[in-house]
Design a protein around this ligand. Structure first.
Ligand SMILES: [Zn+2]
Length: 804
C-alpha cells in the first residue's frame, strides 16, 4: 500500500494533541530553548507559501533542538490590529473584531496542518483587551519615565491610508503599506524617545548572533556621526546660530552658510529689503516634501537673507542664505558651506557665485571632496588655515574642536540620524492611547485600574483624516463619567508596531493579569534563542522591539536588554523566477498541494529548493521528486518492515549511516535543510540495495527524518516498534571514526549546460550517482517532460545527461 499522508498526518496531529506533546511547563522546564517566528497578521487570504517557508523550516529546527535535549517552547500568536481589517470593514460593514476572529480561526486550522510544535495554550491575539491592556500599560510606563511625549511637527502623512506613518514606515518616500507618495503635514502627535537608546542600540549589536546585513541596515538607519557643533554669531546681533559638521577641519574653507526656511530665528535675522523674497520662498518650500527637498540631483534653490555670520577664527563675514535643502527637523537647521570639499556645497556655490577656498589636501597634495572618501579615516593635511596649517587632517580636526571649546564657540558632539518614533495613528483598529485631556487640554495618563481602556464599538469606520474614535459617544461619556465634565479622551490609536514590540514576553506570561511577565520566568526564558522572520523588518519591528526591551529593563520589569539572540531571515520563494504576487497571477496556494501530497512533502520540498536563507524557485513538478522519495522511504521502512527479519548491517551501511548522522547534524545546525534531505536520500539509495535493513538503522532513520517530516517519522517509528513518540527520543550520535571518507563534488550537465552540483561519496557506484544527479532539484526541473537519451558518468567529476 502506498503512503497516505492525509490519513497518517491527521492521525499524528490528534495523537500529539492528546499527549499534549508540545505544551511546555514554563516553570518546570529544565533546559529551556525559546524558538519562535515573527507572528503573522491574520489576513483573510489564508496561509501563503511565504508563511509555510517561514514556519515549516523553523519548526524543523525547533524539533531538532528538542531531540538534542532542550525543552523547546514554540508559541504562536496573531498581530491582529491594523489597517486591512479596518479597510475590509469600510468595504463590507463587517466589524474588524468579527473578521479578525474568523480569520484567526481559519489560520489556526491551517497552521495545525503544518504539524508544528506550537504550544497553543499560550497563544496571543494583540487585538483582544486582555492583550492590549499591556500595550496600554507600556504606554503608561513610557510616559511615567519621560519616554513618551507630545509634539507639533511635520509628520509623514499617507493620504490613501489616511494616517500618519513613522519614518521607518516610509520607504523611498512612499508608504510601506500601499506605496502612496508620503506627504508632510503639521500635526500634534505622540512620540516615543527611541533616540535615548541610539548608542545602546549600536553597542549591543556586538552581542547578537544576527545576519551581518541586518546589523548593517540598522547601523545605517541609526546613523551615528561624530563631529563638532560650531557656534556662529550673526553679524550685528546677539543671535548665535549652530551648525553641526563632521569635518570641522574644513572650517577655513567656509565661504557661505545656509539656513532652513523654517528656522525660528529667521524672522529676526533677515533684513527688511529681503523680507518679501523670503516669504515667497517659504511658501514655495512649504509645498515640497522633505524627501523632494533633500533629494540628490534635485536643482538647489536659495535666496539671500542680507545677514552674515562671523567666522570664529578669522572674523570674516560669511554670507547667510536660505535654502530649502536644509531641513529644520534634521540637525540644527543651519549648515556651513564648504564648496571646495563638499559636492552639494560646490554646486550651490557655482549657482550663486560664492568663492571656493581650499583648506585641506590629500597626502599626495591634491584637493578632494569628502563625498569621495571615508571621512573618519582620511589621510592628508590642513592648508591655509592659520595656526592649524600643516597639521594632519584628523589631528587638526581634534585641535580645531578643542580650540572652539576653549573659545566657547563650539563643542564635540555625536549626532544620530535616528528620529523619535511617532506612534499615533488616526485609525480605529488599534490600541487606544491611554490618555485623557482636562478641560484646559492638558494630557493626563489614565490610571492603571481603568485598563484595558477599551476600544469603543460605536464608530463609523470611514476614514476622514480625523480619528474615528472622535465620533464615539460612548468613549466621551466614559471619559466624563470617570474624570469629570469637560474631560475628553485621546482619540488616536497606537502604531501596531507597539503591539508587536513585546509579544514574546506575553507568550511567557500565560495570561498573567497582575504583571507583564513574572520575573523568574523572564529570566529563565529570555532572550528568544532563535527568531525567524522576514528581512523587511530590519529597521522597523526589529529596532522597535530592541528599544522597548531596553526600556523595560531600565524600568526594572525585566532582566534582559535584548529580545532576540539569534536571528535568521528565510529566503524568498519565487515562482517562474519572480516574486509571487496577485497581479502577476503566479501565487502558489499551499492548500491544494498539501491536500495532494501532504504537509511533510510540501515542507520538505520547500526546504529542498535551496539553502534556507537563500530561498528558491517553486515548480509544480519539482514537488513530485520529494513525493517519490517519501514513497520509497515508506516502501522500504514502513510497509515492508513487518515481515522483514532483523538483519545485520553491512559495514558499508554502518559507515554510510554514521556519515549521514554527522552530515544531518551539522547541516541542520546551519539550517541547511536541503543538504540534510540529500544526505537522507543517499542513505535510502544504499539501503534499498541491501537484503534487509536492521531495526536499529530503521529507527535511526526515523529519528533523523523526524525534524524534516514529523508525521512520516512518527509513523515509521511506530512501525519499527518504537515506544512513545519519536519526537521524545534523543538525537542520534555518530562515531567519528566511521565517518572518514572522501567525498566528491559532481557537476551535473544537461545537454552541455551546468544545471547543478551534487556531493557524493568518492567511491559511490555509478548508478547511485546518476540517480542522485537526477533528483537534484534544478536538474529535476530541467528533466521534467524530457526524455533522457544518454547518461554519462565521469567518475568523481561530472554527470552528463543528454535529453530531447
Ligand atoms: Zn498608505
Amino acid at each position: 500500500m502506498s503512503y497516505e499522508p492525509s490519513v497518517v498526518e491527521s492521525k499524528w496531529q490528534k495523537k500529539w494533541e492528546k499527549a499534549k506533546a508540545y505544551e511546555i511547563d514554563l516553570k518546570a522546564a529544565k533546559n529551556p530553548y525559546y524558538s519562535t517566528v515573527m507572528l503573522p497578521y491574520p489576513s483573510g487570504d489564508k496561509l501563503h507559501v511565504g508563511h509555510w517557508y517561514n514556519y515549516g523550516p523553523a519548526d524543523s529546527y525547533s524539533r531538532y533542538m528538542r531531540m538534542k535535549g532542550h525543552n523547546v517552547f514554540c508559541p504562536m500568536g496573531f498581530d491582529a490590529f491594523g489597517l486591512p481589517a479596518e479597510n475590509y470593514a469600510i468595504k463590507t460593514g463587517v466589524h474588524p473584531d468579527e473578521s479578525i476572529t474568523n480569520n484567526v480561526g481559519t489560520m489556526i486550522t491551517q497552521l495545525k496542518r503544518i504539524g508544528c510544535m506550537y504550544d497553543w495554550d499560550k497563544m496571543v491575539n494583540t487585538s483582544k483587551p486582555e492583550y492590549y491592556r499591556w500595550t496600554q500599560w507600556l504606554f503608561l510606563k513610557m510616559y511615567e519615565n519621560d519616554l513618551a511625549y507630545r509634539k507639533d511637527a511635520n509628520v509623514n502623512w499617507c493620504d490613501s491610508c489616511q494616517t500618519v506613518l513613522a519614518n521607518e514606515q516610509c520607504q523611498d518616500g512612499t508608504c510601506e503599506r500601499c506605496s502612496t507618495v508620503v506627504q508632510q503635514k503639521p500635526m500634534t502627535q505622540w512620540y516615543w524617545k527611541i533616540t535615548n537608546y541610539a548608542q545602546q542600540l549600536l553597542d549591543n549589536h556586538d552581542k547578537l548572533d544576527w545576519p551581518e546585513k541586518t546589523i548593517a541596515m540598522q547601523k545605517n538607519w541609526i546613523g551615528r556621526s561624530e563631529g563638532c557643533d560650531v557656534s556662529w554669531k550673526v553679524d550685528g546681533s546677539e543671535i548665535i546660530l549652530n551648525t553641526f559638521t563632521t569635518t570641522v577641519d574644513t572650517i577655513y574653507g567656509v565661504t557661505f552658510a545656509v539656513i532652513s526656511p523654517e528656522h525660528p530665528d529667521l524672522e529676526k535675522i533677515v533684513s527688511d529689503e529681503y523680507r518679501d523674497a523670503l516669504s515667497t520662498y517659504k511658501e514655495a518650500a512649504a509645498k515640497k516634501t522633505d524627501i523632494d527637498r533633500m533629494a540628490e540631483g534635485q536643482k538647489k534653490t536659495g535666496v539671500d537673507t542680507g545677514a552674515s555670520l562671523v567666522h570664529p577664527f578669522t572674523g570674516e563675514k560669511i554670507p547667510l542664505w536660505i535654502a530649502d535643502y536644509v531641513l529644520m527637523n534634521y540637525g540644527t537647521g543651519v549648515v556651513m558651506g564648504v564648496p571646495a570639499h563638499d559636492q552639494r556645497d560646490m554646486d550651490f556655490a557655482n549657482l550663486y557665485g560664492f568663492t571656493i577656498v581650499q583648506s585641506i589636501q590629500s597626502a599626495d597634495g591634491k584637493t578632494f571632496v569628502y563625498d569621495d572618501v571615508d571621512k573618519y579615516n582620511v589621510k592628508g593635511s590642513i592648508i591655509d588655515s592659520g595656526e592649524f596649517t600643516g597639521m594632519d587632517i584628523l589631528e587638526g580636526r581634534k585641535k580645531i574642536t578643542q580650540e572652539l571649546e576653549k573659545m566657547n564657540m563650539g563643542m564635540a558632539k555625536i549626532q544620530f540620524k535616528l528620529r523619535d518614533w511617532s506612534i499615533s495613528r488616526q485609525r480605529y483598529w488599534g490600541a487606544p492611547i491611554p490618555i485623557v485631556y482636562d478641560p484646559e487640554g492638558n494630557p493626563h495618563p489614565i490610571p492603571e485600574e481603568h485598563l484595558p481602556w477599551e476600544l469603543p464599538r460605536d464608530v463609523d469606520f470611514k476614514p476622514t483624516g480625523t480619528a474615528p474614535l472622535a465620533a464615539s459617544k460612548e468613549l466621551l461619556e466614559r471619559t466624563e463619567k470617570i474624570f469629570g465634565k469637560g474631560w475628553t479622551p485621546e482619540v488616536d490609536t497606537m502604531d501596531t508596531f507597539v503591539c508587536s514590540s513585546f509579544y514574546h514576553l506575553r507568550y511567557l506570561a500565560e495570561g498573567n493579569e497582575k504583571e507583564l511577565i513574572a520575573k523568574d520566568i523572564e529570566k529563565k526564558w529570555m532572550p528568544v534563542d532563535m527568531y525567524i522572520g522576514g528581512p523587511e523588518h530590519a529597521c522597523m519591528h526589529l529596532i522597535y522591539a530592541r528599544f522597548v526591551t531596553m526600556a523595560l529593563k531600565d524600568f526594572g520589569y525585566i532582566s534582559r536588554e535584548e529580545p532576540y539572540q539569534r536571528l535568521v531571515h528565510q529566503g524568498l520563494i519565487t515562482h517562474g523566477g519572480v516574486k509571487m504576487s496577485k497581479s502577476k497571477d503566479n501565487v502558489v496556494s499551499p492548500d491544494a498541494f498539501v491536500e495532494k501530497y501532504g504537509s511533510d512533502v510540501f515542507r520538505m520540498y520547500l526546504m529542498f529548493m535551496g539553502p534556507f536563507e537563500g530561498g528558491g524557485d517553486w515548480s509544480d513538478t519539482g514537488i513530485k521528486g520529494i513525493d517519490r522519495f517519501v514513497q520509497r522511504v515508506w516502501k522500504l521502512l514502513g510497509e515492508d518492515s513487518d515481515d522483514s527479519n532483523d538483519s545485520d548491517d553491512s559495514n558499508e551501511v554502518q559507515v554510510k549511516l554514521h556519515q549521514t548522522i554527522k552530515k544531518v547534524t551539522e547541516d541542520i545546525e546551519k539550517l541547511h535543510f536541503n543538504t540534510c534531505i540529500s544526505a537522507l536520500m543517499e542513505l535510502i539509495n544504499l539501503l534499498e540495495k541491501q537484503e534487509g535493513v536492521s531495526s536499529d538503522t530503521a529507527s535511526t532513520f526515523a529519528k533523523l527524518l523526524s525534524p524534516l517530516a514529523p508525521h512520516l517519522a512518527e509513523e515509521l517509528w511506530e512501525k519499527v516498534g518504537g515506544k512513545g513518540l519519536v519526537i521524545d527520543e534523543s538525537w542520534p550520535t555518530y562515531d567519528e571514526s566511521l565517518c572518514v571518507s572522501d567525498t566528491a563534488v559532481i557537476a551535473v550537465q544537461i545537454n552541455g549546460k551546468l544545471r547543478g552540483t551534487i556531493t557524493v561519496d568518492a567511491t559511490a557506484a555509478e548508478a547511485d550517482v546518476l540517480a542522485l544527479a537526477k533528483e537534484e532539484s534544478n536538474v529535476a526541473k530541467h528533466l521534467e517532460g524530457k526524455k533522457i537519451k544518454k547518461e554519462i558518468y565521469i567518475a568523481g567529476k561530472m554527470v552528463s545527461l543528454v535529453v530531447s
